[in-house]
Ligand binder design. Structure first.
Ligand code: SF4
Ligand code: SF4
Length: 499
């Protein structure tokens, strides 16, 4: 790559976030991520302690208020404005280094499970049990969930060579990864020429070795035919390579990226970094995502899960429960919930996406050229903004009706008297409604634009017909969500009902 093309490549990469004065230095530092993880581990421990020993009232306990009211609201804001900083700071992966030392035998996660089906099941299970066990109302159960999370991530890190928990199982990670595809940041490399000359590919392989090893790489300087020798050291202090097995120069998507920055720290040529990009840039490119059923349905079903999650908190949900009990004699809440969530979270996304793909192929006469799977895969990224809008509208509602209520909860946890009067102010309920409407509409219009781009790529002149079924699906999702948000919603964790 010539000097000009290298500079051009750097320009298209956007700004190097890790070169920012304070934040960048902190993240780039060898123990930068560790500092964030230690902070969040301390918070997680506080939640566990309060969950097991504190008041068993959801609104007064850190174990329920923090994850179910605050964290979710902050997660969607951070994903939209910065990137997957949540996985970056995730305390559950803190024991990773220790666990990795145990898994040096290098056992791989079973081939059949190396996909997103477990993530779909994990998300379904999380939302199902959240509702069935009323996790939001039980500090004790919420604390157990955190303990279970630590145990599961440690066990999987110790058992398998790759970060199987983050990549294939963790429902929170799956949520963050899908919606970080909208983020304005991504991992990239400054020069592909340097990567081509790099012998060890440490960004993915790591620089850890039981004994010290030194290697010399001939790295191009940018001037034609010139290179310089760079000493590369591996050893017991070496950095881990990418746990989710992404190869930095080939990364096209934030899916699977935990923003751990291990690749940046492992790269001996200072070539990998975190760059800005136009938000959601990958969603309008045809080659960003693999054309797999599991990936497509994860992105699509997550939007529908956003609808059912909000639906579980409004009166028609309880009316439906009663109707099922009266007309079909189903008394078991477990069965009722399984039926409702199974239909809304799994069956409906599958039917809707297959029907939309079938229709757009028929309307455009492309049914002999494109399979249903390929068509669904082409339009699946367009479900990300509308789904994110639904989650954002829901979570921001809970966050904004009591943005400071965490203060008295923390005061009581620390042994003081909670100043509930002072910190109970809510944002005006009409203003919250307006914010919800704006984000729902923005998500819908963004999805529409992505569906149009996908249709233009696939169908050219027949694009309008081809995008019609998908646009209809986005419109119905948005309208359904809006209908739910206009109903009185349980204020879980703050013991208030707004109407
Ligand atoms: S990102 Fe760094 S470690 Fe990875 S291939 Fe490129 S130069 Fe090598
Ligand atoms: S090491 Fe892998 S998961 Fe971590 S930031 Fe780099 S590419 Fe993403």
């Amino acid at each position: 790559m010539s000097k000009e093309s290298t500079q051009q490549h750097i320009r298209t990469l956007g700004m190097d976030v890790l070169r920012l004065p304070l934040f960048g230095r902190l993240l780039r530092h060898r123990h930068g991520r560790l500092a964030l993880q230690v902070l969040f581990t301390a918070i997680a421990l506080a939640l566990v302690i309060d969950g097991f020993t504190g008041p068993q009232s959801a609104a007064r306990n850190l174990a329920t208020v923090t994850p179910w009211v605050y964290l979710r609201g902050f997660v969607v804001i951070v994903l939209l404005l910065a990137g997957n900083l949540v996985c970056m700071s995730c305390p559950f992966t803190l024991p990773r280094t220790l666990a990795k030392r145990l898994s040096l035998a290098g056992r791989r996660f079973p081939q059949r499970l190396r996909n997103k089906w477990l993530s779909v099941i994990g998300l379904f299970a999380l939302f199902f049990f959240y509702e069935y066990l009323d996790l939001w109302a039980s500090p004790w159960l919420s604390a157990w969930l955190i303990v279970l999370y630590f145990a599961a991530s440690f066990a999987l890190e110790a058992l398998f060579a790759e970060s199987a928990f983050c990549k294939y199982i963790c429902p929170l990670g799956a949520f963050n990864m899908v919606y970080s595809t909208l983020s304005p940041t991504r991992i990239g490399v400054k020069s592909h020429d340097i990567c081509a000359s790099c012998v060890g590919k440490e960004c993915v392989n790591g620089s850890y070795a039981p004994q010290r090893l030194v290697r010399l790489d001939d790295i191009p300087t940018g001037a034609p035919g010139e290179s310089r020798r760079v000493k590369v050291t591996h050893g017991p202090d070496g950095a881990l390579g990418c746990g989710t097995e992404l190869f930095a120069p080939q990364i096209r998507s934030n899916l699977d990226c935990t923003f751990c920055l291990d690749c940046v720290r492992a790269c001996p040529h200072d070539n990998a970094s975190l760059f800005t990009r136009p938000p959601g840039a990958e969603l309008s490119r045809a080659d960003s995502w693999s054309r797999r059923w599991d990936l497509s349905l994860l992105a699509i079903a997550l939007g529908f899960m956003g609808i059912s999650n909000a639906f579980g908190m409004v009166p028609p949900y309880y009316a439906l429960q009663e109707w099922l009990a009266l007309n079909f004699g189903i008394q078991s809440e477990f069965i009722v919930l399984l039926l409702i969530f199974g239909a809304l979270n799994l069956l409906l996304p599958v039917i809707a996406s297959i029907a939309a793909a079938w229709l757009s192929r028929r309307l455009t006469g492309s049914h002999k050229r494109d399979s249903i799977r390929e068509t669904v895969a082409a339009f699946a990224p367009a479900f990300v903004p509308v789904g994110f809008g639904i989650w954002f509208a829901h979570y921001s509602f809970h966050l904004l009706v009591g943005p400071l209520l965490i203060v008295p909860v923390a005061q009581e946890f620390l042994g003081g008297i909670g100043d509930w009067q002072r910190f109970s102010a809510s944002l005006d309920i009409n203003a919250i409604g307006l914010i919800q409407l704006v984000v729902l509409l923005a998500g819908f219009l963004w999805s529409l634009r992505l569906a149009q781009k996908a249709a233009l790529r696939l169908y050219r002149r027949a694009a309008l017909l081809g995008m019609l079924p998908w646009a209809l699906a986005h419109l119905l999702m948005m309208l359904l969500a809006w209908q739910i948000f206009t109903l009185p919603m349980e204020m879980r964790g703050t013991l208030q009902i707004f109407s």
